[in-house]
Design a protein around this ligand. Sequence first.
Ligand code: PRP
Ligand code: ZN
Ligand code: MG
Length: 226
Amino acid sequence: VDKNSQRLTIAIQKSGRLSKESIALLQACGFKFSLHEARLLAHSSNQPVDLLRVRDDDIPGLVMDGVVDLGLVGENVLEEVRLERQALNLACSVQRLRALDFGQCRLSIAVPKEEGYRGVQDLEGKRIATTYPYLLQNYLKQQGVNASNAILTGSVEVAPRAGLADAVCDLVSTGATLEANGLVEKEVIFRSQAQLIQRPEPLSAAKQAIIDQLLPRIDGVQMARE
Ligand code: PRP
Ligand code: ZN
Ligand code: MG
């Protein structure tokens, strides 16, 4: 990505729960893109706008570092990366432009259904598998509970059965994944939806003009869907 480019760069998730709706929203706002599966970067044919398609976990950092101008990302990932970068003393501020009406999910702690569970204190001394160690530890600290992490970037739901952890802290949308793995949701620790975020420093007038045109369109699209 050329930092001096006058083209506005928007990072979106390449493949996952936010991908289709992210592209659909930008298209509904009037941006035309031809997407090629293999390509990271897609140029808009009718606006000076480029789409960068990456892993969702990379989106907050790219925006915080000013590598891209805008990002569409789940609040769960945004908050986890913010906490992680804060702990590491890396740039962690962004401008939140809009909450988007998709990507709703919750980050929850779940335990095997055969385990008795009376409350969060039962997690004391346990090991919890998660992709969100900072959000989890933040919550446990607030609750005054000591539990350790087993950090997994995927297949979190199989960790208890595999003997890697006593519980999980993972995203829940329909609940089907927990159900299929014999896990029961016990504590909701974070509620999330997609967000439109912008890099912290002011943008060039040309880029700002595109955003000034984009935001009312997003509001219009979302209002029409209500
Ligand atoms: C999340 C989570 C579960 C699933 C839960 O994964 O890790 O696997 O969604 O959804 P459900 O309650 O509707 O079954 P995601 O799709 O974000 O992919 P990832 O695990 O590869 O990040
Ligand atoms: Zn991810
Ligand atoms: Mg998953």
